[in-house]
Write a protein that binds this ligand. Structure first.
Ligand code: AMP
Ligand code: GLY
Length: 423
């Protein structure tokens, strides 16, 4: 079959890498792709906001499945448009993508269906949000309702900070995403991510992961899209996985069916493991980036089979097989990220860093020009390695990264530290 992947990040390179191993694949396209997808798929310029253009391209190339990587086209209804044109799309409808697209939507669903999460209030004006803050204890968390590329969350240590955060959001710091605000209880505990495939009430757990959101070593500095990740997450014992599936993800999938907005695609639950058990921080309606990279490296099954089982509602008949090893990825980012950074510097040594079977360098913000790989984004490469435990996977990844020559980039030197301390 012919497949189109939508997106340009490390997540999409990893998806293309995994899909390209499938015996079911005849041809793979990616729009727009990056300097790494170029060698395993046909990079294609497409305006993904123009649904008719995407549909025409699929019809023209005889593409029968579209795998939508990022959240923005999902929230924008690309999957709905594709299904209407009889093209299978992996990923939720716009209505179901509200699970990521509106924090208030998800919090209301949690309240209605008894899904464990932080206590909250939902506000469309600053005065009410401030009154709620004054009635509750600090630290307290202030969130823009809509998509804000992972930046719309402020953890306020005291009341003054929280009140300032409310003004900041209603003054338009996050544009339309901040027209509504969720204020919620601060939850204490270790964070973990839990990934499932879902179609309606059928939920198939995939794997767990942990990421490092802060830009600096020791988990310091501003939040980013993620500076590294590993899978599985040692904190997620079998018992916690079962509890999460039962009380959070299955309840959500069932609730979405009851509400008339069944979910199809990747349900990625961001969790905090509190003293009272796992609680939901937020949902994402797609694979994480860079979590997808470690999941794809660990996956021993045909990812295309899993994707087709999801879109065709056959999740009950499939069991994913995982390698025994741990996978860990280190993000190599452009100097200045997550703030401003330059594009266009040349990167060498990527091929030398790769090791068949245990080190893959997934490209994120790169472009291939005249045979050279150049930086073209904030997060640029994901050096991803297997090992018998997190310590060994990290050693392999950091060994590989020394082969890469790129003066204009930086990476964290402590990815996996919490798990390594445990080991
Ligand atoms: P989000 O974009 O909702 O995933 O939030 C970004 C980060 O903020 C999370 O990964 C957590 O580290 C933190 N966070 C969000 N909500 C809470 C909460 N209620 N309690 C504690 N930390 C939170
Ligand atoms: N790495 C976090 C995310 O993809 O949302």
């Amino acid at each position: 079959m012919k497949v189109l992947v939508i997106g340009s990040g490390g997540r999409e390179h990893a998806l293309c890498w995994a899909i390209s191993k499938s015996p079911m694949l005849d041809k793979l396209y990616v729009a727009p792709g990056n300097g790494g997808t170029d060698s395993i798929a046909t990079n294609t310029k497409l305006d993904v906001g123009n649904h008719d253009a995407v549909i025409s391209f699929c019809q023209d190339k005889d593409i029968s499945l579209v795998v939508i990587g990022p959240e923005v086209p999902l929230v924008d209804g690309l999957a709905d448009s594709l299904w209407q044109a009889d093209i299978k799309a992996f990923g939720p409808s716009a209505k179901a993508a509200q699970l990521e697209g509106s924090k208030g939507f998800t919090k209301d669903l949690c309240a209605k269906y008894n899904i464990p999460t932080a206590d909250f209030g939902r506000f469309n004006n600053a005065d009410d949000a401030k009154a709620y803050i004054r009635q509750n204890k600090t630290p307290i968390v202030v969130k823009a309702d809509g998509l804000a590329a992972g930046k719309g969350v402020i953890i306020a240590e005291n009341e003054a900070e929280a009140l300032k955060a409310v003004d900041f959001m209603f003054d338009g710091a996050f544009g339309d995403a901040g027209a509504e605000v969720v204020v919620e209880e601060f939850m204490e505990g270790e964070e973990a991510s839990y990934f499932c495939l879902a179609n309606g009430s059928s939920v198939l757990p995939l794997a767990t992961a942990q990421d490092h959101k802060r830009v600096g070593d020791g988990d310091t500095g501003p939040n980013t899209g993620g500076m590294g990740a590993y899978s599985p997450a040692p904190v997620m014992t079998d018992k916690l996985c079962k509890q999460t599936l039962k009380t959070i993800v299955q309840r959500t999938a069932d609730a979405m069916v009851t509400e008339g907005t069944p979910f199809q695609g990747v349900l990625y639950a961001g969790l905090i493991i509190t003293d009272e058990g796992p609680k939901l921080i937020e949902y994402n309606c797609r694979f994480g980036d860079p979590e997808c990279q470690v999941l794809m490296q660990r996956l021993d099954s045909d990812v295309l089979e899993l994707i087709l089982a999801t879109v065709d509602d056959k999740l009950q008949s499939i069991t994913p097989v995982w390698r025994d090893e741990v996978s860990l990825t280190v993000v190599y980012a452009a100097d200045g990220y997550p703030s401003t950074y330059e594009k266009g510097s040349v990167i060498k040594g990527i091929t030398e860093a790769s090791r068949p079977d245990f080190v893959e360098v997934f490209h994120a913000g790169t472009i291939k020009e005249n045979g050279e790989i150049k930086a073209n984004g904030g997060r640029v490469l994901n050096v991803t390695a297997l090992g018998k435990n997190v310590t060994e996977a990290a050693a392999h990844a950091y060994d590989a990264i020394t082969q890469i020559h790129w003066d204009e980039g930086f990476y964290r030197t402590d990815i996996g530290w919490r798990a390594i301390e445990r080991e």
